[in-house]
Each structure stands twice: as C-alpha cells, then as structure tokens.
Design a protein around this ligand. Structure first.
Ligand code: URP
Ligand code: ZN
Ligand code: ZN
Length: 469
C-alpha cells in the first residue's frame, strides 16, 4: 500500500486505547495503522502522542455583539488560534437576530467563514425568534442541510426565550432529530439582582459575578432538564460552572434522562476574585456563567473525571480589553452591565487540560481525547469522520509533546484579543504538529498551512439522538 504521509514511531491514543503504531495517510484519510509503514513523506513522532485533532464545539467568532462592540476574532484569526491550540475543527454559533430568518443568518455567517479558515468549521444555530415559520419550515430545512444542533438562551434580554418558547424549540428538535443546547441562567433573577446592585451603586466588574450567583444557574439547569424531560428529547447543558448545577445533570442521568454536560477551562482555573482588580482589570474575566470559587474547581474536576462532563470546550468568546469596541467601551468602563460577556481561550483549552489533567495525574490520555475530540464528534454528528484515529477517518491529527513546557503569554497566542485570562500560567504538554485532512498545517509550532485550507462541514445527526447502529 502506498501512502502520501506516514506518521512514524509515535504513541497513538484514542478515547479507548493507547498503542504504538505508524499512521498511514492517503488522500487525506487514515488508510492504515500498523508497524513499518513507509510513504512519500514521513513525520517522526518518536516520544509524541499521536492524537485526533481537537474539536472545540463551543466557540464564538465574528458574532454580532451589540452596538459599537466588535468581537476580537474573525474566522481567519479565530481558526488560526484554534489550530495553534491543537484543534482541527471548530463549531461556532450562527445567531439568528430577532425578526430575521435563519437563512439570512446562515448566509451572512457563511460569507464571513467561507475561504477564510485554517481549521474545518461547522455552525450551531442560535434560535432567538422561534416564530411559526422558523419552527415549521426553516429549522427543519436547516437540519436537513446539516445544521443539526442549536442553542437556546435562558438569559440575555435580547436572546432569552421563555419556557413556552423553549418547549416549542425542543419539540422541533424532537421532530427533526436535531440536538438542543441550553445556556442555563435565570434572567428574571439576574434582573432582580442587577436592579439591587445598581440602586446600591455597585457598578464594578465584580457585580457581574454577584448578580449571577450559583442558584441562578442551578435553577435554570434544573428547569432546562425538566423541559427536555417533558418533551422527551436529549439536551446539552453548556458551560457548567459549579457543582450544584452539575449535580442536576447527575440526578437527571440517574433517572435515565439523556443529558450531556459541558464544562470549560475558566471553571477550573478562574475565580470570581479575578473580576476584581485595579483599573477595571476584572472586566477581562467577565463571562457567563461567571467563574466561581476555588472549591468549585474540585467539583468540576470530579465531573471531568467521572464522566458527568462529556465535552470540555473553550466557550472562546473574545473581546479586546483596552479597546473602545471591547471590554472598555465608553459605557463598559464605568458599568458592569455594558462589559461584553466572554473571554478568549480556543488556543489554551487543550494545553490547560493536558497540563492540569493528564500531566498532573487527574485524568488519563484516553479521557483527554474523549473530552477534547471524540465526544464532540459523537455529540455533534461528526463521528467517525472526525474525532478519532481509525482507518477511514479524516487524517486530522495532532502530535503532542507531553514534556514541552511554556508559560502562557498573550504575546505568543494568535487570537485577535489583547490579553489572555491565563497570562502567566505554566503549562506542560503542547501540540507541536497539526495535520488537517492529511495536510500538515503546523510543523513543530511553525505555520505551514494556509488560510482557506479549512472547509465547512455539514453534519449528520448526533449519536445522542440516534445511537450508532
Ligand atoms: O460569556 C460568555 N460565555 N459569552 C459567550 C456567550 C455564551 O453564553 O456562550
Ligand atoms: Zn452561553
Ligand atoms: Zn458560549
């Protein structure tokens, strides 16, 4: 058998197995796993892990973000940053603006993405206006076209849906086989607390966290799961920040419900104290749900270890800090209500989990692969083309050096923001070489691929909805 590329002498890890093998690649596909393979080109992977390319199923890129506010990443910088973080596929959100159609949103978003990506991408939809035509025609048509997952929000005044609307959207998910994702925070409770904070003149960034306490997320998580139970549909609870919300997922699963849990690096590395700081520095870490206490880090680790969390995503949602169109916009620099929500992290997600998880002995390499690639592919209709190292799968491969060390500095990252929430954090274990569908994109941490090498992926149905035969 002839190969275009052979990755030789490495340790292959999948979500279930770890073994020594060469990987033979032909026409962008893995065509053999074996020993003694030879090909037109060879990459020596001695001492490296050979892992499926990372899939980050929760990122925000070039999203409309309110008047005067601009997201820090377009598809070029966002996917480049993702690539340097060891990812080969990103799943950003395409937001339906109120009063507009899904088609309009998709057309606009494709215009931004197509031809501009360094990784493969595929879009989730965000449903903000579940009109009769959206539920009856547009959404089913979008699902048939491969947009097989969508998110609904229980918070943010311009995006939130009420329970009746969420039930309708979930029912459409049930009819079409799509997968519903829910942002769980109780908007009315948040508004109540915001009014109190404002009346007391508490306008600094820490008020972002204290107006979104844990109970606000726990209640909404319970309600979202209950609504999904009423409709009898699987549901993904995204960006879970604390043990109490996580326990809602555990309890639901114990009752036999089909609930997928997602958590993110900010909930094992940041705390609400990070929203304090001189010169409005805390604005850098404003995201929703907010970071919690250190004690919650342990709870989240328990869920990462025991499987409550199926996916570990970045929720990369980058705004520049020192920028009129970012965190320090004219209103945002005096009032937490106007600080755009979200933090960058697509490039640091996997190094942080590898370092704190694998290298510090909290999880093994197979769990790392499951949490960063395989489970994303299974959950969002990309498996087995993506998310694993197997004959017939796309040759999306990252070579990891488990011993390589660095200190996270924004100056070394590739996103369009001007800071990293993890500045100064030492990490051990880095992606060295990244291969996308058989094409070497990064070689020994140097970019060799080009903008446009990443493509758009229509997706099948989630294995959570339709288990593999
Ligand atoms: O603060 C965050 N997480 N912003 C991104 C939007 C979202 O809710 O995922
Ligand atoms: Zn969200
Ligand atoms: Zn998000």
């Amino acid at each position: 058998m002839s190969f275009d590329l052979v990755i030789k002498g490495g340790t292959v890890a999948t979500a279930s197995d770890v073994f020594k093998a060469d990987v033979g690649i032909k026409d962008g596909i893995i065509t053999a796993l074996g020993l003694g393979l030879t090909g037109a080109e060879t990459i020596d992977a001695t001492g490296k892990y050979v892992l499926p390319g990372g899939i980050d199923s929760h990122v925000h890129i070039a999203q409309p973000s309110g008047e005067g506010i601009v997201m820090a990443d377009d598809f070029e910088s966002g996917t480049l940053s993702g690539l340097f973080g060891g990812n080969t596929t990103l799943l950003p959100f395409c937001i339906q603006e109120k009063g507009k159609s899904l088609r309009e949103a998709l057309t606009a978003y494709h215009a931004k993405a197509d031809g501009n990506c360094y990784t493969d991408v595929s879009f989730h939809l965000v449903i903000s206006d579940p009109s009769e035509s959206v539920l009856g025609q547009e959404l089913p048509a979008a699902v048939a076209d491969g947009y097989t997952s969508f998110k609904v929000f229980m918070t943010y005044q311009d995006l939130r849906l009420n329970d009746a609307e969420i039930l309708q959207v979930m029912d459409t998910a049930r009819r079409t086989g799509a997968l519903a994702m829910v942002h769980c925070e109780n908007e009315d409770a948040i508004r109540f607390l915001i009014d109190k904070h404002v009346a007391e003149g508490k306008l600094g960034p820490p008020s972002h966290a204290s107006t979104r306490p844990l109970a606000v997320e726990r209640e909404a998580t319970h309600r979202a799961i209950s609504l999904a139970e009423v409709v009898d549909v699987p549901v993904v609870i995204v960006h879970v920040s604390n043990g109490a919300a996580m326990e809602e997922i555990e309890r639901a699963r114990a009752r036999g419900l089909n609930v997928t849990g997602e958590t993110c690096p900010q909930y094992i590395r940041l705390t609400e104290q990070d929203l304090e700081g001189m010169n409005w520095e805390g604005a850098k870490q404003v995201c929703s749900p907010p970071p919690r206490t250190r004690a919650e880090w342990d709870n989240i680790w328990r869920g990462i270890q025991n499987g409550v969390f199926d996916v570990f995503s970045s929720d990369h949602c980058p705004f520049r800090y020192d920028d009129e169109r970012g965190k320090l916009n004219p209103k945002g620099r005096t009032d937490f209500r106007h600080i755009p929500n979200g933090i960058p992290g697509v490039e640091t997600r996997m190094p942080i989990l590898f370092s704190e998880g694998v290298n510090q002995g909290r999880i093994d390499i197979t769990r790392f692969v499951a949490l960063t690639a395989t489970n994303h592919a299974k959950t969002y209709g990309l498996y087995p083309n993506k998310g694993t190292i197997a004959v017939g799968s796309d040759a999306d491969i990252t070579l990891w050096d488990p011993e390589a060390e660095t200190v996270i500095r924004h100056a070394d990252l590739h996103d369009g923001s001007d800071y990293s929430p993890y500045e100064g954090l030492a990490v051990k274990g880095l992606p060295m070489t990244v291969i996308l569908r058989g094409k070497v994109m990064i070689r020994d941490r140097e970019l060799v691929g080009a903008k446009g090498d990443g493509g758009y992926l229509p997706r099948g149905l989630s294995m959570k909805v339709r288990p593999a035969a």
